[in-house]
Ligand binder design. Structure first.
Ligand code: AHR
Length: 516
């Protein structure tokens, strides 16, 4: 073992010696504050899919895994650290096949169902409305409920909303009380249909816009404290700009937010590629380049929304995003469980920086998904739990929640491999609620360190501290039962002199610094 360690450290020293250093610069405009970065930008998504709910969140009260009312305590503890602002539930595709009545009342009386979208797996309905709300409350997050537009009439949505949110003396509120909840639940965000162009009903935008208009007519706020629940219409997939155009034109005045789904997928022609681990450098670059495309895609959807909503009343909710690989075995796995490496942490940071630049329109996002599915925060295996590199990226960016965006003009060299080039540096800045100025950076260059010189302009900073997420290997991940190989560490590469900040950024890393 010791021999292996010595050999490894010799290898590390050699690869370090080979690494070159690039130079990048930026100008901070601390005197030109932009919009608030809503905390909802850091939302989560938890669907009845694979082990996203069962095992991941719900283990039941009788489980030997420590739990509070059936909900895993280790997971709740870890998510509280992320200050998760919002959790979207119960789907995804599952939402448009879900009957909310299956998930209320005594658990031993709830019907088992077939989870039609996700492998036909048995759905026990042990985790329903009360359990989800309990989970969200334990985590300290707001609830974002996705209602069924695809396979249920508006009455189901109407009744579910009344059941959850009414404090009156009526049959549904009283049923909720009999089921153990006296006070109404808070439901600040409601999605009316999901991917209605696909698993939510294969609708054309014209048809969905009409359906949405019909549904929202029966959507009642039930006296929930102001502001009224935000109604989110099902939005476009990726570059389907026509969807955004038609829905905004025909229903824009009757919705509060429109969603957008953008997954970072391996190129379609990569038969053997697209692995979550053991990927090549070409795959690193292709995935990062794919992730960065969301910048332009948001810009183009936002421009269409501007046409119909110049005052920007309607939010763009990127309520599904993240990496979606083929499984490591090369076979597609419909449980959508995938390993999560340093690359995913870097992808997450790049998304955050991009979202921060669009918060005049982008008011919410949720990564897919919280537990055990796609680009997860946390993986579980029975009683074991591991925090992923994506988890650490979220944790490092917590100070950006409700911060004020500050313009940061970045000039970055490129990293080029074959026909693909990406900028090495992707960054954003904000003034945190604690008064500190934060800069978040993804160094997407897998080979080279970058010396990043930031002109602080009018900002007179005297102190800098930060955290870094990096690893020796680009596909390094954290394993059950071992200390994490990829975790946020104190960052010591910053120097402040004469109004300038210089950051030595390791290759393939995420760095967040705070300036005082
Ligand atoms: O996140 C997994 C699935 O991806 C969701 O259920 C669906 O909305 C999307 O296609």
């Amino acid at each position: 073992m010791i021999g292996r360690l010595l050999a490894m450290s010799a290898l590390c020293a050699a690869s370090h010696a080979l690494a070159a250093t690039q130079a990048a610069t930026a100008q901070l405009h601390a005197d030109q504050p932009g919009p608030t970065i809503p905390r909802y930008i850091y939302g989560q998504f938890s669907e009845h899919l694979g082990s996203g709910i069962y095992d991941g969140i719900w283990v039941g009260e009788k489980s030997s895994i420590p739990n509070v009312r059936g909900i895993r305590s280790d997971v709740v503890r870890a998510l509280r650290e992320l200050k998760v602002p919002l959790i979207r539930w119960p789907g995804g595709c599952f939402a448009d096949d879900y009957n909310w009545r299956d998930g209320i009342g005594p658990r031993d009386k709830r019907p088992g169902r077939k989870n039609n979208w996700w492998t036909g797996k048995h759905e026990s309905n042990q985790f329903g409305t009360h359990e989800f709300m309990d989970f969200a409350e334990q985590v300290g997050a707001d609830a974002y409920i996705g209602v069924n537009l695809g396979s249920a009439p508006p009455r189901d949505m109407r009744d579910w909303m009344e059941y959850m949110t009414s404090d009156g003396d009526n049959a549904l509120a009283n049923e909720r009380r009999r089921n153990g909840r006296d006070q109404p639940f808070k439901v600040p965000v409601v999605g009316i249909g999901n991917e209605s162009w696909g698993c939510g009903g294969n609708m054309r935008p014209e048809y969905y816009a009409d359906e949405y208009r019909r549904f929202q007519t029966f959507f009642h706020n039930n006296g929930q404290a102001a502001p009224a629940a935000i109604r989110v219409a099902s939005g476009a997939d990726r570059e389907d700009y026509n969807w955004t155009d038609v829905v905004m034109k025909q229903a824009g005045a009757k919705l509060d937010a429109l969603s957008l789904h953008y997954y970072t997928l391996p190129p379609a022609d990569w038969k053997e590629g697209g692995k979550a681990t053991r990927f090549s450098k070409e795959e690193w670059v292709a995935i990062l380049a794919g992730a960065l495309r969301i910048d332009d895609i948001i810009r183009r959807h936002a421009a269409i929304m501007d046409k119909y909503d110049p005052k920007k009343r309607v939010g763009l909710y990127v309520d599904e995003w993240g990496t979606w690989y083929r499984s490591d075995s090369g076979k597609f796995d419909w449980d959508l469980r995938q390993q999560n490496t340093l690359r995913d942490g870097v992808v997450a940071a790049a998304h955050f920086n991009i979202f921060h630049r669009h918060t005049d329109r982008v008011k919410q996002t949720s990564i897919a998904q919280t537990m055990n599915v796609l680009q997860a925060m946390i993986l579980t295996d029975g009683p074991k739990m591991v925090l992923t590199p994506t988890y650490y990226a979220f944790k490092m960016y917590v100070p950006f929640q409700d911060a004020t965006a500050l313009p940061l003009d970045v000039s970055s060299p490129s990293y080029r491999l074959g026909a693909t080039a990406i900028p090495s540096i992707n960054a954003s800045a904000a003034k945190g609620k604690d008064g500190k100025i934060y800069i978040g950076i993804a160094n997407m260059n897998p080979d080279d360190n970058v010396q990043f010189s930031v002109n602080l302009g009018t900002l007179a900073a005297t102190k800098v501290s930060g955290q870094v997420l990096t690893a020796q290997q680009m596909d390094q991940f954290n394993e059950f039962g071992k200390s994490p190989a990829v975790a946020a560490q104190p960052y010591r590469g910053a120097t402040l002199a004469n109004g300038a900040l210089t950051l030595d950024l390791p290759a393939k890393s995420v760095v967040v610094v705070g300036l005082e």
